[in-house]
Design a protein around this ligand. Structure first.
Ligand code: NAP
Length: 351
C-alpha cells in the first residue's frame, strides 16, 4: 500500500453502493481501500468470492483478494464509507464513530439527527461544522457525516441556485427511479419488467424532510430548516441507473426562463469544493434539446456527478416546470460520499 494515501474501509462493501465505492476509489489520489466488511454471509471470504460484482469495470485486483471482515470497528481504518441498510446502520455506525472513526454514511438512519451534517459540498458545506457538536468528536475525534437520499440529491442541486436567486415557495416532484436504487438483488424482475411501481417505502417522506435540511441555514450549532412547501410522488421504473424527475416550482420572486437557465449554468461550488478530485466541472448541465435528459444517454455526464436539467417551460399551476436527471449510485450515493470525504480531508477532519 502507498504510504501517502489514507487507508479507508467500506461497510456494506458487497452491495450496490459498496461496489460503486470500490469502483470510484480505484486510483483515488488520496484514499486507498484497505478494509471491507459486510454481513456474516460474506465475512471470511475473499471479496471476489463474496460480492456478486455488478459494475461494468473489473474488480480492482488488490480489492478482489481482500478478505471481507466482520462489521466491527476492531482492526478497521479510521475513515469508513458506510453503505448499510438503514436498520443495520442505526446499530453499527455509532459503534464506529465511538471508536474514533470518521463515518461517511449513505444510509438514512442519522440523516435527520440534529447533530449530524447532511451535506452536498456545492450546496451546504458549512453544515460540516455540526461535527464539532457530536459527542463522538468530543470524546474520540470520531464523527458521522451523511449524504442525502438518491432521489433528492439531483433535485436539491437543481433547486439550490433557484432558492438563492429567487426564493422557493413550493416544489412538486414526480420521480421515475432506477432499479439500482433498490440495491441488489432489489426488485424482482417479474415485478418491474414492463411495469411501473408507484410506491417506494418511506421515499416521499425522506425527499421532503431532507430537502428542507439540505437547503436550510446553519445558525449557531443547528440547522434552521428551509421554508417551502414540497410534495413528492415516487415511482420505480425499469431503468438500470439514473433517477429522472418531473418538477414544478413556485418561486418567491418573478423569474424569466433566461434567468433561471443562467442560474443553473453559473452554479458552482466554492473554489475549495471545485478543486476536489470528484467535483464535476459543471454541477448542473442545462440541456436545450426538447426530449432530454434521458437516463440512457445522459446519466454518465461528468462521470455521473453532473445533474442534467432540461425542458424548462411555464407551469399552468405553479410558475415553472422542468426535468432533472441524476445518477443514483454515483451522485446520489458513493460519489456523493467520496466528495464529502474529500471536503472533510481538505478541512482537516480526517486527521
Ligand atoms: P444492498 O445492495 O442491499 O447492499 C447492502 C449491504 O449491506 C451489503 O454489502 C450487505 O452485505 C450489507 N449488510 C446487510 N446486512 C448486514 C449486517 N447485518 N451487517 C453488516 N453488513 C450487512 O444495498 P445498497 O443499494 O448498496 O444500499 C446501501 C445503503 O445505501 C442503504 O441504506 C440505501 O438506502 C443507501 N442508498 C442507496 C442508493 C442506491 O442508489 N442504491 C442511493 C443512496 C443511498 P452482504 O452482501 O454480506 O449481505
Amino acid at each position: 500500500m502507498s504510504i501517502t494515501k489514507i487507508p479507508v474501509g467500506i461497510l456494506g462493501a458487497t452491495g450496490m453502493v459498496g461496489q460503486r465505492f470500490i469502483q470510484l476509489l480505484e486510483n483515488h489520489p488520496w484514499f486507498e481501500v484497505a478494509w471491507l466488511a459486510a454481513s456474516d454471509r460474506s465475512s471470511g471470504k475473499s471479496y471476489a468470492e463474496a460480492a456478486k460484482w455488478r459494475m461494468r469495470t473489473a474488480i480492482p485486483k488488490k480489492v478482489a483478494k481482500l478478505k471481507v471482515s466482520a462489521a466491527s470497528p476492531e482492526g478497521a481504518p479510521k475513515v469508513i464509507f458506510a453503505a448499510l441498510d438503514s436498520d443495520i446502520a442505526r446499530e453499527l455506525e455509532p459503534q464506529f464513530a465511538e471508536a474514533g472513526c470518521a463515518v461517511i454514511s449513505n444510509s438514512s438512519a442519522y440523516r435527520m439527527d440534529p447533530s449530524v451534517p447532511l451535506v452536498i459540498p456545492e450546496v451546504n458545506p458549512e453544515h460540516l461544522k455540526l461535527i464539532e457538536t457530536q459527542t463522538w468528536w468530543k470524546k474520540s475525534k470520531g464523527f458521522m457525516v451523511t449524504n442525502s437520499n438518491c432521489s433528492i440529491m439531483g433535485l436539491t442541486i437543481a433547486l439550490a441556485p433557484l432558492q438563492k436567486a429567487f426564493g422557493l415557495e413550493s416544489v412538486f416532484a414526480v420521480t421515475m427511479q432506477a432499479v439500482s436504487g433498490a440495491g441488489y438483488p432489489g426488485v424482482a424482475s417479474l415485478d418491474i419488467l414492463g411495469n411501473v411501481i408507484p410506491f417506494i417505502k418511506n421515499e416521499e417522506e425522506k425527499m421532503q424532510e431532507e430537502a428542507h435540511k439540505l437547503l436550510g441555514r446553519l445558525k449557531g450549532k443547528q440547522v434552521e430548516m428551509a421554508h417551502f412547501g414540497m410534495s413528492a410522488h415516487c415511482n420505480r421504473v425499469p431503468v438500470e441507473d439514473g433517477h429522472t424527475e418531473s418538477i414544478s416550482v413556485k418561486l418567491r420572486k418573478k423569474a424569466s426562463a433566461e434567468k433561471i437557465i443562467a442560474a443553473w449554468r453559473e452554479f458552482r461550488g466554492s473554489s475549495e469544493v471545485a478543486r476536489l478530485p470528484h467535483a464535476p466541472a459543471e454541477p448542473i448541465f442545462y440541456d436545450e434539446r426538447p426530449d432530454r435528459p434521458q437516463p440512457r444517454f445522459d446519466v454518465d455526464r461528468g462521470k455521473g456527478m453532473t445533474t442534467t436539467v432540461g425542458r424548462l417551460r411555464p407551469c399552468s399551476l405553479l410558475d415553472w416546470k422542468f426535468t432533472v436527471l441524476s445518477h443514483n449510485t454515483i451522485r446520489g450515493a458513493a460519489g456523493a460520499a467520496v466528495l464529502n470525504a474529500e471536503l472533510l480531508k481538505v478541512r482537516g477532519y480526517l486527521g
